[in-house]
Design a protein around this ligand. Structure first.
Ligand SMILES: C[S@@+](CC[C@H](N)C(=O)[O-])C[C@H]1O[C@@H](n2cnc3c(N)ncnc32)[C@H](O)[C@@H]1O
Length: 278
């Protein structure tokens, strides 16, 4: 097909998609916003009426690390949900984004986050939890070693934890490739450093390129996120489980218009909800 015709068809698709998104999200005023979700995911978490913000392929394309400003009016949204995105933001950007979330929610509005729970991951590793370790081992054998040809030592269990705290994503593939350190060094740091120092050390192992291209920037756990949410004004901060919610309007895992949370990552995820009272 000639280049010009190809370009015209691409623009037509883009234009039709934008019209479709405007209709389905009631011209971007459905009051439901998903942060870190694209329109192009084949297995989307969020129903179609959620307005999607991501650094690409979303209703609003914003790099929330560089500019954590949300394009919504004060007190204008009912529900915000972000799944496995806030760990990609730096310790400077994340509090700014939470402040923005608080600003745009209506009084009574609610927020829910899902992200890797750094504390849970460490506790499962220290307890030698076979369920977690074999889950990651299988995945790493299939993807990193068999598919991408990484050396055999990438199967080691401490790298599963390192991979979730400070990952690197292969370009074009959703694969978490951990930065490599020997087990002795990892265990020694875990033993001698405080929790936060340890997480900072894990994240500092990324090269600048890994840092730029999808590595995690923040290690999150309940008491840390709870404090950050309360600091910007949220109340009723509650830790919940996979598929459970304190938000009456939120539909989870039940029908076309509900959010389809991914069960495979639920055992190491933190699920947290909070409310803007007034
Ligand atoms: C691990 S994926 C999660 C996707 C989906 N929400 C889910 O739960 O499966 C992280 C998402 O956050 C987006 N993201 C990461 N860093 C971002 C940033 N700085 N600004 C905006 N979006 C970002 C990525 O593009 C990606 O869509």
């Amino acid at each position: 097909m000639r280049e010009k015709t190809k370009k015209i068809l691409q623009y037509k698709d883009l234009y039709l998609n934008q019209i479709f998104r405007r209709i389905i999200t009631q011209n971007f005023s459905s009051g439901k916003v998903a942060l870190g979700e694209r329109n192009t995911y084949t297995n989307p978490l969020f129903p179609l009426d959620w307005i999607r913000v991501d650094w690409q392929d979303a209703d609003y394309n914003i790099n929330l690390s560089q500019s954590p400003n949300l394009p919504f009016k004060d007190n204008s949204q009912k529900l915000l949900y972000s799944a496995h995105m806030i760990e990609h933001l730096s310790s400077q950007s994340l509090p700014k984004l939470l402040k923005e979330c608080y600003r745009i929610l209506k009084p009574g509005g609610r927020i829910r986050f899902e992200c890797p729970d750094a504390e849970k991951l460490i506790n499962l590793y220290l307890a030698n939890d076979e369920k977690m370790l074999s889950h990651f081992r299988k995945f790493r054998q299939e993807i990193l070693i068999n598919k991408f040809g990484y050396p055999e030592h990438y199967i080691e269990d401490h790298l599963s934890v390192l991979g979730e705290i400070s990952n690197y994503i292969v370009e074009g593939e959703w694969v978490h490739v951990p930065v490599y350190v020997p087990k002795d060094e990892f265990d020694k740091k875990l033993e001698t450093l405080s929790f936060d120092q340890f997480f900072d050390w894990c994240i500092s192992l990324q090269t600048p390129e890994q840092h730029q291209s999808g590595g995690h920037q923040s290690a999150i756990y309940f008491s840390k996120l709870c404090l950050m949410l309360e600091k910007v004004g949220f109340t009723n901060v509650t830790k919940v489980d996979f598929g459970e919610t304190t938000i009456p309007e939120l539909k989870l895992n039940n029908g076309f218009w509900s959010i389809k949370e991914k069960p495979h990552r639920s055992f190491y995820s933190l699920f947290i909800e909070a409310e803007k009272l007034n």
